[in-house]
Design a protein around this ligand. Structure first.
Ligand SMILES: Nc1ncnc2c1ncn2[C@@H]1O[C@H](COP(=O)(O)OP(=O)(O)OP(=O)(O)O)[C@@H](O)[C@H]1O
Length: 240
């Protein structure tokens, strides 16, 4: 993404959620995005994924430029090139695990590659649960379904917005370990917004946003180092 700004209008006011963000997210890498509340993390993710369009600047997803695309084409492109994992899992309760996972393929009018589906289900450890309904699964298992659904289209990037926000520590660690594994073993690119330094430490690099700009990047940071960077950011914001 290059020189991306996003300005929201709230009544007579303008909110500058992103103020000129230029960053390349490494293909086959795991990037975490952190920052104080209101720093623009969700806006960044939404612009990067084509869920929202920037006010100015350009966004590429793979080799396609999103920023000037109409809504219909953008929707198609998101289905083809982006996978999503949200805090609230967002599974369809009336569908089985298998049907939840293959939903993006059906929406895109594509065929299900049986071998790939089996591979994805195996990788996320859901082999014996495919006939279950989401309500019959634990939170961690539901998030595994969401991850499988995100991977099934072989997306350019998996975008995860607080994927462990609703999970306890042990279950969160399992889901983060899986995200790490899809990067290492499958070469998948993952971008994750998180508040949690422990979660961010699973990433290869952590981008720190403050007031709509990237103010720092930490590579291969421990959770302690990331937490220290975050609290320093909090203090400098509080001093403004
Ligand atoms: N649709 C919208 N309309 C108006 N203002 C918005 C909208 N979405 C976000 N904002 C504002 O833009 C700024 C950045 O919001 P954003 O949600 O990207 O931050 P964030 O870092 O994800 O915050 P949090 O950690 O609290 O989720 C905030 O001031 C927010 O109030």
């Amino acid at each position: 993404m290059n020189a991306v700004t996003k300005t929201y209008r709230r009544g007579a006011h303008e909110v500058h959620a992103l103020r000129g963000v230029t960053v390349g997210l490494p293909r086959g890498g795991f990037t975490a995005v952190m920052g104080p509340s209101g720093s623009g993390k969700s806006t960044f993710l939404h612009c990067a994924a084509g869920l929202d369009t920037p006010t100015s600047g350009t966004v590429h997803l793979g080799d396609v430029e999103l920023s000037r695309m109409g809504e219909t084409r953008l929707t198609e492109l998101r289905r083809e090139k982006a996978g999503f994992v949200f805090q609230a899992f967002n599974l369809i309760p009336s569908l089985s695990v298998a049907d939840n996972i293959t939903l993006p393929l059906r929406l895109a009018g594509g065929r299900t590659d049986r071998a790939w589906l089996d591979e994805v289900v195996r990788r996320v450890g859901l082999g014996d649960r495919v006939a279950h309904r989401p309500s019959q699964l634990s939170g961690g298992q539901q998030q595994r379904v969401a991850l499988a659904r995100a991977l099934v289209t072989r997306p350019e990037v998996v975008f995860a917005d607080e994927p462990t926000g609703a999970l306890d520590g042990t279950t969160a660690a399992e889901v983060l370990g899986l995200l790490r594994q899809v990067v290492d073993a499958m070469g998948q690119t993952v971008v994750m917004v998180t508040h949690d330094p422990v979660a961010a430490a699973y990433a290869d690099q952590v981008l720190f946003l403050a007031e709509g700009v990237i103010v720092d990047t930490v590579r291969s940071g421990t959770s302690d180092a990331i937490a220290r960077r975050m609290s320093a950011l909090g203090r400098s914001m509080a001093a403004v």
